[in-house]
Design a binder for this molecule. Structure first.
Ligand SMILES: Cc1ncc(COP(=O)(O)O)c(C=O)c1O
Length: 343
C-alpha cells in the first residue's frame, strides 16, 4: 500500500469525488467486472463505503417502511440490522444442497408481497455454500417471472480454491433485475471501506444522490489506493496468495474436525470463502455451549445469530485465528461438547 502512494502521488487529489465515486476507480472496477462476464459501464457503478453501505442505501433509497425482504435462511442479513432498523420485515427461505429453494419464491411473493430478495450465491455467510450454476439460472428466471428484484452479495466471490464459482447472477441479468454488490473487505482490507454497487443507471443515480447527502462520498485516499491495486495487477497477485493460504487453513481445520469432532458433529467442505457450518449432535444446545465456551475464553458464533430458531449450528471461521489458536480452540471446544453431552 505504501508503495502505491509513493509511486503515483502526482495523480493523487484529495478533494471531494464525483457522486458515484472516483472515475478512475469506476473504470477499473468496470474492467475487473468483465472478468466475471458482468457488463457494467462506469456510470452504472456506485462506489460505496463497503458492502454494508450498499445495503443501507438500498433500504433508505429504494424501499418503503414495512417492505418484505426475502433472504436465505440462515443469512448474514440476520446478523446485521440495516434492513430491520429501516423498518423492513425479513422473511427467510431455506437452503437445499444447491442454494436457496427457488420453487417457493413465486408463491411467497404473492402471499407476502415481497419487495426484493437478498442472496449470497458464492461462499455464503454463514454456511460457506456455493450456489450451483443451474440454481442460479432457476433463481434468476423465477425472480424475473415474479418481478422480484435481486440483491446479489458477492463479497466472497474471488475467494475460490480449486476453480472459480459459476458466473454471478448479474452476468446473466438482461432485464436489470439484479443489484450487484462487491467489496474488497474480504480480500484486500476491510479498513479501507471500499465496495461497489452495480445496477440500472437511474437507480445508481438516485442512490448516489443519497450517498452524497449521507457522507459526501467514500474516502478519496481509499478509492485511489484500490484503483491502483486493481489496475497494476497487485490485487490479482494478492488474490493468488490469499487463496492458497485460505485453502491451507481450510484443510488444517478439516483435519482438526476429523480428529476431534468425528462423533460430535457433521460439516460441509467449503470450496472457497471463510466458513465451515458445523452441525452439532442434537443433544448439544449451542446456547448452553456458548456460555460455557465464553467462560473458557472462546467466543463462538452460534447459528442463532443467522437464523433465530437455530440451536445446533456453529459458524467456524478458518480465516483469522493463527493455526495454533485454531487447534487450541477446536480441542477445547470438542472437550466442552463432550462434557455437555454427558450432562
Ligand atoms: C455476506 C457479507 N456481505 C457484506 C459484508 C460486509 O462487507 P463490507 O465490510 O464490505 O461492508 C459481510 C461482512 O462480513 C458479509 O459477510
Amino acid at each position: 500500500m505504501k508503495q502505491i502512494l509513493q509511486l503515483n502521488t502526482e495523480k493523487l487529489s484529495l478533494g471531494y469525488e464525483e457522486p458515484k465515486g472516483n472515475l478512475l476507480l469506476r473504470k477499473t472496477v468496470s474492467e475487473y467486472l468483465t472478468s466475471k462476464e458482468i457488463d457494467a459501464s462506469p456510470s452504472s457503478i456506485l462506489i460505496v463505503s463497503g458492502a454494508l453501505q450498499a445495503l443501507q442505501l438500498i433500504s433508505v433509497g429504494l424501499l418503503k417502511r414495512g417492505s418484505v425482504i426475502f433472504h436465505e435462511t440462515p443469512s448474514y442479513l440476520n446478523s446485521v440490522h440495516v434492513f430491520q432498523s429501516a423498518g423492513m420485515n425479513l422473511f427467510g427461505i431455506p437452503l437445499d444442497h444447491e442454494g436457496i429453494e427457488y420453487h417457493t419464491i413465486s408463491r411467497l411473493k404473492r402471499l407476502h408481497n415481497g419487495a426484493l430478495l437478498y442472496t449470497i450465491p458464492s461462499f455464503h455467510n454463514p454456511t460457506g455454500m456455493l450456489m450451483s450454476e443451474k440454481r442460479r439460472q432457476q433463481l434468476l428466471e423465477v425472480c424475473k417471472q415474479a418481478s422480484l428484484p435481486i440483491i446479489e452479495d458477492d463479497v466472497y466471490g474471488d475467494l475460490w480454491f480449486d476453480s472459480p464459482p459459476p458466473k454471478p447472477l448479474k452476468a446473466n441479468d438482461k432485464q436489470g433485475n439484479v443489484l450487484y454488490i462487491g467489496s474488497i473487505s474480504k480480500t484486500l482490507s476491510p479498513g479501507l471501506r471500499i465496495g461497489w454497487l452495480v445496477g440500472p443507471e437511474p437507480v445508481i443515480e438516485r442512490l448516489s444522490d443519497i450517498k452524497m447527502q449521507m457522507d459526501y462520498g467514500s474516502s478519496s485516499l481509499s478509492q485511489y489506493a484500490v484503483a491502483q491495486c486493481l489496475k497494476n495487477g497487485m490485487y490479482t497477485e494478492y488474490l493468488e496468495r490469499i487463496r492458497k493460504e485460505l485453502m491451507y487453513r481450510r484443510d488444517v481445520m478439516l483435519r482438526l474436525l476429523d480428529k476431534y469432532f468425528k462423533h460430535i458433529a457433521s460439516w460441509n467442505i467449503p470450496e472457497g470463502g471463510f466458513y465451515i457450518w458445523l452441525r452439532l449432535q442434537s443433544e448439544i444446545h449451542t446456547r448452553k455451549l456458548f456460555y460455557h465456551a465464553l467462560h473458557a475464553g472462546i467466543l463462538l458464533n452460534p447459528g442463532s445469530i443467522y437464523d433465530g430458531s437455530d440451536q445446533h449450528h456453529l459458524r467456524l471461521s478458518y480465516s483469522y485465528a493463527s493455526i495454533e489458536e485454531l487447534e487450541k480452540g477446536i480441542i477445547m471446544l470438542a472437550n466442552l461438547c463432550k462434557k455437555l453431552r454427558t450432562k
